[in-house]
Ligand binder design. Sequence first.
Ligand code: PBG
Length: 326
Amino acid sequence: MTNEWEFKRHRRLRSSAAMRSLVRENHLKVDDFIYPIFIIEGENIKNEVPSMPGIYQLSLDHVKAEMEELQSLGIKAVMLFGVPNEKDEQGSGAFVENGIVQQATRIIKKEVPGMLVVADTCLCEYTSHGHCGVIHNHDVDNDESLKLLAETAVSQADAGADIIAPSNMMDGFVTVIRQALDEAGHQNIPIMSYAVKYASAFYGPFRDAADSTPQFGDRKTYQMDPSNRREALREAESDIEEGADFLIVKPALSFLDIVRDVRNHFNAPVVAYNVSGEYSMVKAAAMNGWVDEKELVLEKLTAMKRSGADLIISYFAKDVAKWLQG
Ligand code: PBG
């Protein structure tokens, strides 16, 4: 007997867990993830970041064990941020041979060589003023900063970094870093560009973790205005022309339309950065018992893939790996 009403029965494909999994369009896998880590100078330090429960600043002596844990979970890539003891106007800790990220990189490549090291290339963790470049006349000087960023990238690659990820938002950073890497013999090291990085309120907890809050002003003369959409494509386009191998969109959650735009316009792998504030917000709600953490995290990370992200940088990577194993 046919239906006496005219309508479609969409519920047919939702009738059981097996049926739903048969028609599921997007999946998370552990290979999608890059796990960010904060490496702090000093010995025997494992400081939980107060605004990021479950995330630690680790000293070098903890690095090997951390990598082994990640490897046992199947995580294949980490992104390194440095927390140095000393800061100066130029951010020289970013590019000295024995900088904290360079040391951590050498340890990882020696102890757990299969782990991919993505080096965040920026000066803000190392400058006394907390800006991502050098200051002239109360503003960040673009071209002067580029020289130091190129030096930072080369020193990270010399230490063994597998991928260079410049996050400073100076114009021309891909050109200058590509050229410097090539001249130093690192033609095969890819650039994962923070092509589209907004001036976001979601970075607050990261700035606690990396001690990188600007001491004056804000980052709005170099990071993008969250109101803008077309500008994201202009940024991504120039980075592709300059030689970027991956395009990052950051933050992720409030910019999923941009992730989709970038995916539709370019063929390079697209990376969504699920930033610190997006992590802390969920943790805080979960700790209050207001949301189901696992369901919420899997929903929002899957939304990033559905929006077109190939890869996700996330502080939840370990949790997801455990959930996927279980
Ligand atoms: C450095 C940098 C920042 C983040 C990644 N690289 C902070 C900033 O721009 O202030 C933020 C990451 C996060 O919030 O998780 N420029």
